[in-house]
Design a protein around this ligand. Structure first.
Ligand code: IMP
Length: 205
């Protein structure tokens, strides 16, 4: 059995490998297997987009007769900011354009929240993981990490919006957390542990 993580995002791939490191299954990314998959994410929810990504890879494997003994997992995730009515949400990766560096995106969000007081800066990271089993069955799971938008960007760890997301459990931004600290409380860490538990029970991994 192997797990293929349907992502081109290095930060996500690293966290999948870390959280799933203690099961006796090889965890591979698209890059590891030389597969190209970049379907249009035209869903309106995290669940729809996660399924689009997972099914694209599953269908490609199936067409090549390589879906046996393979579990495909994809996540769709994003930052939902209360003050912005839940934006950028499912559009987090596309906010200000895919190729805009995150220090610019983060600065723009801090500017948008300039008038927001402490109690108005609440935000959640959401992560939906879609898992496709070798026989085509689909398992959905979702978790979130609640926090707030910091007053300034801090830290060089993690990826994406981590430097501006204040994590109350540690009193630091996501960018200041070690990978172990982040995985222990993050949206992705929590949902992956749920899926890992399911796979260990149902698939005897
Ligand atoms: P997508 O799931 O590929 O559409 O991209 C999700 C986007 O949400 C990422 O590119 C980041 O901008 C943001 N994001 C999701 N999870 C995290 C995280 O753990 N830290 C920082 N940013 C994240």
């Amino acid at each position: 059995m192997r797990i293929i993580v349907a992502t081109n995002n290095k930060g996500k791939a690293k966290e999948f490998k870390e959280v799933l490191s203690d099961i006796s299954v090889e965890v591979l990314t698209l890059k590891d297997i030389g597969m190209v998959s970049d379907p249009e994410e035209n869903g309106e929810t995290f669940a729809e987009n996660a399924r689009i990504k997972a099914m694209d890879v599953y269908e490609k494997l199936k067409a090549a007769g390589e879906e046996k003994d393979t579990i495909v997992m994809a996540d769709d995730s994003g930052l939902c900011i209360d003050f912005l009515g839940g934006e950028p949400g499912v559009k987090s990766a596309r906010f200000m354009g895919h190729s805009t560096p995150y220090n610019e995106k983060n600065r723009a969000i801090l500017d948008l929240l300039k008038g927001a007081r402490d109690g108005d800066r609440g935000a959640s990271f959401v992560c939906h993981v879609c898992t496709v089993l070798p026989d085509g069955r689909v398992i959905d799971a979702e978790s979130e990490m609640r926090g707030s938008i910091a007053e300034e960007a801090k830290g060089g760890e993690g990826f994406g919006y981590d430097p501006i997301f204040y994590v109350p459990e540690y009193g630091k931004t996501g960018g200041e957390l070690t990978p172990e600290e982040k995985n222990a409380v993050s949206h992705r860490g929590k949902v992956l542990r749920k899926v890992r538990e399911f796979l260990c029970r149902e698939m005897n991994l």
